[in-house]
Design a protein around this ligand. Structure first.
Ligand SMILES: Cc1ncc(COP(=O)(O)O)c(C=O)c1O
Length: 314
C-alpha cells in the first residue's frame, strides 16, 4: 500500500507519512515498548459520511495502556478524538478506514527500560482492507502457544511487544491450515484469539472469558454484550471457560474492531453448530453492521461523524 501521500499526525503536527521518520535504534522498535489502538471508520455512500466507531472508548483504553507502561499521552481523550476527525478530513477519505494511534518509547540508545526515556506519539490512518474474509465462518484451532499472563506483561493493555505472542499463534494456525488461533491462558482456560475476543453460545446464553482471564478488554466485546442484552434480551456470563466448552458450544464467534463479529465454523476440526454463522451470531452481526453504518439512530452516540462537523460523541 502506498502511503507516501497520506497525512499522519506525528511529533505534534500533521505531516506526510513519508516525512515522519523513526530511527533504527528506537526503543519501541527494538524492545516493543509501546502501546497502540485500532479504530475503524465506516463510509456510508448514502449519507456521504464516515462514521468513526466508539472513538472515546479506544482513546480511554489507550490512556490506560500508556499509564500501565508509565507513559503519558500528549493529549486528552477529547483532543485525540478531534485530531482523528481532522486526520480523516485532511485525507478526504470516502472509504472505510482503519486508524492506528500509538505511543512508544522514542530514545535511540541501547538499554531496555521504561524510565528516563522520552515518549513519542503518532496517529496513522489507512484505507481499510479486510482483516479476515467476512463472508464465511472460520476454522480455528487451540494454539500450542499460551496467552501471556498478567504477571508477565498485562494483556489488558494493548502493548506492542505482546503482539509477538499473537503473531506466533496466528502464524502457527495459518501454517497448519486454520484461519485463526484461540489462545489458552497459562492455567489452561480460554483467553482469546490472536487479535479478537471470543464468545460462545450454549442453550441461548452468551459466555465470554471475564477480564481477569488475560484478555484485552475489547471495545467490540463490550458493545456486543450491550447489543445482546438490549436488543435480543440475551445475557452474557463473564467467567473462566474450559477448553472442552469450546467444542460443546452451539455457536461461537470472535469480536474485534478489525473483524467486527466473525462466526467460528469449527474448533480443532469439531464443527460448531452447522458450521456457519449460528442464529444468534447472525442477529448480533446484522445489528452491529447496521449500527456502524449509521442505520440505528438509538446508537448514534457510538458514532462520530467526520464530515457533518458534529462534535465528537460521548
Ligand atoms: C489481543 C486482542 N484481543 C481482543 C481484541 C479486540 O478488541 P477490540 O474489540 O477493542 O478491537 C483485539 C483487537 O484490538 C486484540 O488485539
Amino acid at each position: 500500500m502506498d502511503l507516501s501521500a497520506t497525512t499522519v499526525y506525528a511529533d505534534g503536527r500533521f505531516q506526510r507519512y513519508d516525512e515522519a521518520k523513526v530511527g533504527l535504534l528506537t526503543h519501541g522498535l527494538q524492545y516493543g515498548t509501546g502501546c497502540f489502538e485500532g479504530i475503524r471508520g465506516y463510509w456510508s455512500p448514502e449519507e456521504r459520511e464516515l462514521f468513526l466507531i466508539l472513538l472515546r472508548d479506544h482513546f480511554e483504553r489507550l490512556t490506560t495502556s500508556a499509564k500501565i507502561l508509565t507513559m503519558e499521552l500528549p493529549h486528552t481523550v477529547d483532543e485525540l478524538a478531534e485530531i482523528t476527525v481532522e486526520l480523516c478530513l485532511r485525507n478526504r477519505y470516502e472509504t472505510h478506514v482503519y486508524v492506528r494511534p500509538f505511543c512508544y518509547k522514542a530514545a535511540e540508545d541501547v538499554g531496555v527500560r521504561l524510565h528516563n526515556v522520552p515518549d513519542a506519539f503518532a496517529i496513522v490512518p489507512i484505507p481499510f482492507v479486510h482483516y479476515i474474509d467476512p463472508n464465511r465462518a472460520l476454522d480455528v484451532c487451540v494454539s500450542s502457544w499460551r496467552r501471556a499472563d498478567d504477571t508477565m506483561a498485562p494483556p489488558r493493555a494493548k502493548i506492542t511487544g505482546l503482539y509477538v505472542n499473537s503473531a506466533l499463534a496466528k502464524s502457527e494456525a495459518v501454517q497448519n491450515g486454520y484461519d485463526e488461533a484461540i489462545l489458552l491462558s497459562h492455567d489452561g482456560h480460554v483467553a482469546e484469539g490472536s487479535a479478537e475476543n471470543i464468545f460462545l453460545i450454549r442453550r441461548g446464553v452468551l459466555y465470554t472469558p471475564d477480564p481477569s482471564q488475560n484478555v484485552l478488554e475489547g471495545v467490540t466485546r463490550r458493545a456486543i454484550m450491550d447489543i445482546a442484552r438490549e436488543e435480543l434480551g440475551v445475557a452474557t456470563v463473564e467467567r473462566s471457560i474450559d477448553r472442552g466448552e469450546l467444542y460443546a458450544a452451539d455457536e461461537a464467534f470472535f469480536t474485534g474492531t478489525a473483524v467486527g463479529i466473525c462466526p467460528i465454523g469449527s474448533i480443532d476440526r469439531r464443527r460448531i453448530g452447522d458450521g456457519g454463522a449460528g442464529p444468534i451470531t447472525q442477529q448480533l452481526r446484522t445489528f452491529y453492521d447496521r449500527i456502524v453504518m449509521g442505520e440505528e439512530p438509538r446508537y448514534e452516540s457510538w458514532l462520530t461523524r467526520t464530515y457533518a462537523g458534529a462534535k465528537v460523541s460521548a
